[in-house]
Design a protein around this ligand. Structure first.
Ligand SMILES: Cc1ncc(COP(=O)(O)O)c(C=O)c1O
Length: 383
């Protein structure tokens, strides 16, 4: 049996939503983007949702709208994807990379307090809800407010998720979601910037499309002077096309309902692995709704195989895995630019040494999950 790392569930609603856009003849940003934005804002309980063509674009627009510029410094956890730190450099600023909790891979209030105290020039903090597990945003917000630091959370993995009853998307100055191909809701490529701040929303809307004061749909739907627009800043080309928004719109409800399926899969893994003392499952937090975009385990040093050998053995058994992520302090560009030492990141290092994310997606069949579990047990007990 072959078990993929991710398999997309394609519904009739997705097909007909896209067909509708094609039949309409309006493929770029238009009514579907507006409908997707409204539905997404309602789903997370925020005032503004601004659809863009990636989470990377959303993160860039968020920092730009907050006013990050050359010489500024932004707190970024090392355990994240390239984009979280790269967007800081797009604006001529620099990230301050910090360690994460070895159990959850999250930025913790203690790490935030230490980092902001040691680096009083940091102006923005970027918590990453790694794997879909929300950070302790109430405590982090308290600390950031004390230090006069704004928060842009990287919610690429975290739809739908909540912390203590509050939805991710309402826990920061700006939240940025990803709709990349293997995310819990996907438009192929895409992202959403979410905020309750009117000024940030207004700036991001203008900057996502060339700094124009009216987009194509806005011009198309006015009675007079359809051709006319002004440019108020040198903006970017980050708009989401209607054809992608149609896919996203058709998935919102499914993605919300599918969280229960993902949670059940995670619980099955937890139960099956509880007796294996050569590995540990990823930690979670109390009073959260976890999006379960990722389920990862960490091999102990006593495991019979090291991470890469284990990944190869699983592949041979037909189980596809991956590593999320090689932390940023291990990347040459950041090491050279920021002068980083591996020893300063013990939490992330302890995860990296043994981390293996396993298949988790709503359509994972019981016999497929049994196959993954048996392959893990075989590798870790009988290797
Ligand atoms: C934590 C994190 N942040 C940001 C991104 C960037 O998302 P996108 O590919 O939509 O730009 C990703 C993508 O996987 C991610 O995992």
């Amino acid at each position: 049996m072959q078990v993929p790392f991710f398999r997309l569930t394609v519904t009739d609603a997705m097909r007909s939503s896209v067909d509708e856009v094609i039949a309409s003849g309006w493929l770029t940003s238009g009514p579907k983007v507006q409908a997707f934005e409204s539905a997404f804002a309602e789903a997370v309980g925020a005032t503004h949702a601004i659809a863009v063509n990636s989470c990377t674009a959303a993160l860039h627009l968020a920092l730009e709208a907050i006013g990050v510029g050359p010489g500024d410094r932004v707190l970024v956890p090392t355990m994240t994807f390239a984009a979280t730190a790269a967007v800081v450099r797009y604006l001529g600023a620099d990230p301050v990379l910090c360690d994460v909790c070895p159990k959850t891979a999250l930025l913790t209030p203690d790490i935030v307090e230490q980092s902001l105290t040691a680096n009083p020039d940091i102006s923005v903090c970027m918590p990453v809800h790694f794997g879909g597990l929300p950070c302790d945003m109430a405590a982090i917000t308290k600390i950031c407010t004390k230090h006069n630091v704004r928060i842009v959370d990287d919610a690429a993995h975290a739809f739908p998720a909540s912390d203590n009853g509050r939805s991710v998307g309402t826990l920061a100055d700006v939240s940025c979601f990803s709709f990349y191909a293997n995310k819990t809701l996907t438009t192929g490529e895409g992202g959403m910037l979410v905020t309750n701040d009117d000024a940030i929303a207004a700036r991001a809307r203008v900057m996502r499309l060339h700094g124009m004061d009216r987009d194509a749909w806005g011009r198309f739907t006015v009675e007079t002077a359809k051709w006319e627009y002004d440019i108020i800043a040198p903006g970017y080309k980050y708009n989401m096309p209607d054809i992608a928004a149609a896919l996203g719109l058709a998935q919102i409800e499914h993605a919300i309902n599918d969280r229960d399926k993902r949670t059940a899969i995670a619980r099955n893994y937890d139960d099956a692995f509880a007796s294996l003392n050569t590995m540990r499952a990823c930690g979670t937090r109390d009073r959260v709704n976890h999006a379960w975009h990722l389920y990862w385990i960490v091999l102990n040093d006593s495991a019979p195989l090291h991470r890469n050998a284990c990944i190869d053995a699983l592949q041979e058994a037909g189980v596809s895995t991956s590593v999320h992520y090689k932390p940023l302090h291990r990347m040459r560009y950041w090491q050279e630019r920021l002068g980083l030492k591996t020893a300063d990141f013990p939490g992330a290092e302890s995860i990296l040494r043994g981390c293996i994310p396993l298949p988790i997606f709503p359509d994972l069949q019981p016999d497929e999950q049994t196959h993954v579990i048996e392959a893990m047990q075989h590798v870790l007990i009988e290797a």
